[in-house]
Design a protein around this ligand. Sequence first.
Ligand code: SF4
Ligand code: SF4
Length: 519
Amino acid sequence: MLDKTQVERLEAEAVNSAKTRQPLYAARKKIFPKRASGNFRRFKWLVMAITLGIYYLTPWLRWDRGPFAPDQAVLLDVANRRFYFFFIEIWPQEFFYVAGLLVMAGVGLFLITSTVGRAWCGYACPQTVWVDLFLVVERAVEGDRNARMKLDAGPWTARKLMLRLSKHAVWLVIGAATGGAWIFYFADAPTLMGELFTGTAAPVAYITIAVLTATTYTFGGLMREQVCTYMCPWPRIQAAMLDENSLTVTYNDWRGEPRSRHAKKVQAIGQSVGDCVDCNACVAVCPMGIDIRDGQQLECITCALCIDACDGVMDKLGKERGLISYATLSDYNANMMLATAGGSSSINPSLVRTAVGTFSDQVAHFHIRKIFRPRTYVYMGLWSLIGLGLLYSLLTRDRLELNVLHDRNPQFVTLSDGSIRNGYTVKLLNMIPEPRTIVVTMEGLEGADMVVVGDDIPAGRSFAIPVEPDRLKTLKVFVRQPADQIHAPAQTFKFRVEDRASFESNEYTATFNAPEAPK
Ligand code: SF4
Ligand code: SF4
């Protein structure tokens, strides 16, 4: 018991106590990925060539749309508010096609992630592709991992300065080419290229190139894996999409542990060893600088280069490939149970092998049917449904549109001969890049005729009018009906438009207003 003059001492410590405080900032540890070779590396080269080829070359593809439209196959014509994609022309009011494609891309990403994990990150994400490209340059200039580490650790010499300057110069050229390719999507590429080099392009073109050069250089050359680890939200989101049947790059410790660099010696003293010889080849090739043997990690982009590295080691040792492999959590768990005798012991790799050293029949392997499960059916169904809906809408969309606005004030006018006249603003939208002659016809409204204000077209129930390619034509039309034909204060009739060359037509139901009791 404490008396009144004594103060109780409590067991408490501040959560950020100076004694235990960790710095919030951790300096980046440099990563020097070693060149990998193998099936996945070859596949990545292929994806890299395709994706970069598409990005850099697409603006140079031509597509003949006739003399009244640009001949660039893919063009975002912001000034005229059009998006051209080969034979498809999207108007601003049809932007839902672009929105639909983005939704499809999102659902497709869910589908890919739930089946093969972060394949997007490992193979096709622009950050991954450009970092790969920047690493190609780095290796070409400074050498592979050991040479780069030596150079980095060494003092600044004329050679080091030259190598570093060369590397950064090539990186900047790639950055500029990336920015340059981007702006070619927004204007005629050959024309803009000429303007860029003669200094006559719009300032926004130079600013865009400068910004994209800086971001490509910074993200691809300087920040690299930090973009994936700290800036990108996808590693966090993907966890919600993976399940125990999703494929992820996995270190199969049920056959790899206990690892040993001196397997023969360890076996000689009667201890069992796994297949991992602790050579660190998987760590050396990893562009994220992590060790997959530590288990699934947020940083792992599933690029599978560690699989290639380890397969190479297994080949040399004469062991089965796949110590690191794409595997599902359910297969991994089943094999771990086998290797640990149901979880009752530490890993004993002999439990997964037969007496002759081959894998036991009980070892679980991935089967393609695991891809087909309720979750992937839902994603595939949704993706197909949106795709088919967009396709149907695209194939059946109108290229000749009609919009009619009835004059509100006055709603009708009584002419000197007693007939009633209504005014309309008729908008004809020719959505193809060719001139057309549109025939406008009235249907219904007995005895009525129409005239086009400011045009020489004689009064009648039909007239033909030319409309420029890809243009909206606005007409002021007066419709007149003799008094003796009017039998209601509001009658409906149709404006019908038709292109007799293409048999395309459209119609609009309008109202003709008259006084309650026409005289
Ligand atoms: S651990 Fe393997 S799959 Fe993951 S990022 Fe590193 S090399 Fe790629
Ligand atoms: S490459 Fe294979 S054998 Fe070498 S440390 Fe990695 S897992 Fe072990």
